[in-house]
Each structure stands twice: as structure tokens, then as C-alpha cells.
Design a protein around this ligand. Sequence first.
Ligand code: CA
Length: 263
Amino acid sequence: MARVTAARGRVEVDTMRPCSAGLYGAEADRAASLRGRGRRMGAAVLIVEDEFNIGRLVRTYLERDGYEVLWVRSGEEGLVELGRHPIDLIVLDVGLPGIDGFEVCRRVRASSTVPVIMLTARDEETDRVVGLELGADDYVPKPFSPRELVARVKAVLRRTGRQQLPAEHLSCGAVELRRDARESSRAGVALDLTMKEFDLLSCFVEHAGLALSREQLLERVWGIEFPGGTRTVDQHVAQLRAKLGDALTIETLRGIGYKLVQP
Ligand code: CA
């Protein structure tokens, strides 16, 4: 299982195209989707983490579990986004450029009861105490396992009564997916999907009718642990098409990626 550690050495820099509110590229798209949440999926989690690898890994795991995720790199941006979107929980790193996580937590608590889980690179009791005194709901020391963090997110949402369970059951046309049991079926007949095919189809079903780039699919389904390229996405889409037959149509969007056609 992957473990997150504090970044050492070179910090990988996201390819960013600037846009309003300090959000970039896919993150701006996510912000737009949070604002216009019609088909509400799981709870919306705001990640405030400046370390690229950790932020991306946490985002990948949360999205894979059905949460909607918005990720910013600084506390200042986090406070701005908190005021703009219906956020259900904040995953907040302590060590941030600009104001630190404690200060962010203090400011969040001045106006909001949104649950906060703090991340810190140090396993020091003082940090934990400070965080909890400031009103944080939980505390996860780095290094941590992404699965453990997801479990804490789920537990805090449940405890604070903000539980928006991620959709465990997804359906599209005759195809049904049970994320908790990792079962998939077409008109009641089991589809024999591999783990990645299942995750890929879940991602398509959650975003039915929307264009998804190969890069978005790669990141959401494979995450950062996967060293391969977007060709893998093409291969898995081909496999999915073969297994789905005429149950669902995954369109190729030239120069963009793919779209699951709403049946
Ligand atoms: Ca940090």
C-alpha cells in the first residue's frame, strides 16, 4: 500500500494554467462542478496541501471513494474556496506557505463548523493538542496511509452528522455498479471486470455525458502510483467497450479523450 511521506528534495510542479481564484486547469473544472452540483455525489472535501505528491495522492484516493474533491496549495486559497463552495470537510496540512494550518483552522472556526482533519509532518503531541484546541476534529500525522485518511474522513463525517455517503450504488442504463462490493452487472448479469476496468467504468458513470480527458482518467483511476502513460487508458477503454457490448457507449472525442453517452 502506498504511504505518503513528507516531500523531500525536488517538489514536482503541476502544469498549471492560471485562472481565477488560484485554481488551475482540472482544479478549476472541479470548482465549477462543485458550484453547479446537480447530481450530488459524495461529500465535498477541500484539501489544503502544498506538497504536490501528497495532495494528488489524497485527492486520488478520495475521488476513488466517491468524494468530490477540491485541492488548493495554500491556506489563503483554502479560505477563499471555503467561502465559495459547499464544502463538507477540510483536510488541512499544518505546514503551508503563507499562513500555516493552525491559523487557517483558527480562521475557519471563526465562522464555520465545517469538520477539519489536520495533517502534520510531525508526530508531536503539542501539534495535536494545538490543532484540537483550535477546533480541529481529527489529526493525522504524516506519514499516513491514504486509505487510513479516507477512513478518518468517513468517520469524521459520520460523527459530525455531515455524512454524505459516497454513492455506493451507481447505475447507468442497464449497467449497475456496487462500489462497496466491487460488483458490476449488466441487466442483472455479472460483468467480469478487472479492478481498473471497474474503477474506470465507475468514473465514466459518475460523469456520464461529460468529456473526460485521458489525463483526467489516468489520474482519477490510476493515481500517481502508476508510471504508465495515457495509452493505458486507451487499452482499458477498448477492453471496457468489448465487455459492455451495446449496453453503454463510450465515445472517443478526438484530441480530447472520452465520453460515456447518457443512455
Ligand atoms: Ca506542507
